[in-house]
Design a protein around this ligand. Structure first.
Ligand SMILES: NC(=O)c1ccc[n+]([C@@H]2O[C@H](COP(=O)([O-])OP(=O)(O)OC[C@H]3O[C@@H](n4cnc5c(N)ncnc54)[C@H](O)[C@@H]3O)[C@@H](O)[C@H]2O)c1
Length: 269
């Protein structure tokens, strides 16, 4: 049986770790040629070695999503190597937590926005022309449950993810109006067990302390299904949105959160 994204060329930003890594692995297993980009120049090449050893097609390009110059180079490289781009997964993101918004520095606010929002804007701006050349494709933007609901201490993060949600819908309308065959959707993970939880800077300056956040512990209490999600469980939703199985789906939001957005249940002992 052919893979679900057989023959497609897919770019995954933030592809070296966590959810991005799981998407790269799954897309490659399902027949895509994957370009994984990230600032992490250690994990990225490692992942690509693993994928190619398993028979998949993938390359790694170092990329900071906030650099427009680098976006121009990355898209030119994809055009040169493959001549097309069918799928963009704008996944790279960080979270900056502060005890109160009054303690957030403008520098941290801007950093949060630069990666989570400017990076997504630049990805669409520079990938769309190449995607349009070959009759369309699918853009998946990684938002969050925090893009649907407020999250105390994570207001800047929430602002970016809420922005991504409506940016996705607006680009979906722009593409539909252009009749370019490009579908655009957002994905909203709940609490997923990835390295991001150990990297969240907290405190008045946002200066690098790691918050002692255990996603599993948090999810046991907060999630109706009683556990944290796995990166692979987000990747399977992204695969659906990238594949032709979702050909009538655009401007929608796929919530994968163990039920958190729907409500709360009393915890069993
Ligand atoms: N893990 C969760 O619970 C959760 C929940 C909701 C949404 N998300 C979102 O999912 C996405 C992936 O997060 P994850 O949990 O896999 O985290 P992660 O930290 O494991 O992976 C994020 C990747 O993005 C990369 N990255 C960071 N800044 C970058 C930059 N400027 N340019 C390019 N790459 C950069 C990192 O190096 C890392 O490899 C993020 O957008 C995150 O906000 C995660």
């Amino acid at each position: 049986m052919a893979g679900q994204v057989e023959g497609k060329v897919a770019l995954v930003t933030g592809g070296a770790s966590g959810i991005g890594e799981a998407i790269v692995e799954l897309f490659a297993r399902e027949g895509a040629t994957v370009i994984a980009t990230d600032i992490d120049e250690l994990r990225g090449p490692d992942l690509v070695r693993r994928v190619t050893k398993a028979g998949g097609k993938a390359i790694f390009l170092e990329q900071d999503v906030t650099s427009e110059e680098r976006w121009i180079e990355v898209v030119a490289e994809i055009a040169k190597r493959y001549g097309r781009l069918d799928t963009l997964v704008a996944n790279a993101g960080i979270g900056i937590a502060v005890p109160s918004i009054t303690e957030m520095t403008l520098g941290d606010w801007r950093k949060q926005n630069a990666i989570n929002l400017d990076g997504v804007f630049l990805s669409v701006k520079h990938c769309l022309p190449l995607m349009r050349k070959h009759g369309g494709g699918s853009i998946v933007m990684m938002s969050s449950l925090a893009g649907l609901r407020g999250a105390p201490g994570l207001s800047a993060y929430s602002a970016t993810k809420g922005g991504v949600r409506l940016f996705a819908k607006s680009i979906a309308m722009e593409c539909a109006a252009a009749g370019d065959g490009i579908r655009v959707n957002s994905v909203h993970p709940g609490i997923i067990d990835t390295p991001i939880w150990g990297k969240i800077p907290t405190g008045a300056t946002g200066a690098g302390q790691n918050a002692p956040i255990d996603p599993e512990e948090r999810a046991r209490i907060a999630t109706p299904l009683g556990r944290a999600g796995q990166a692979a469980e987000i990747a399977s939703g992204v695969l659906y949105l990238a594949s032709d199985a979702s050909r009538y789906v655009t401007g929608s939001e796929l919530v994968i959160d163990g039920g958190m957005n729907a409500g709360a249940v009393p915890r069993r002992q």
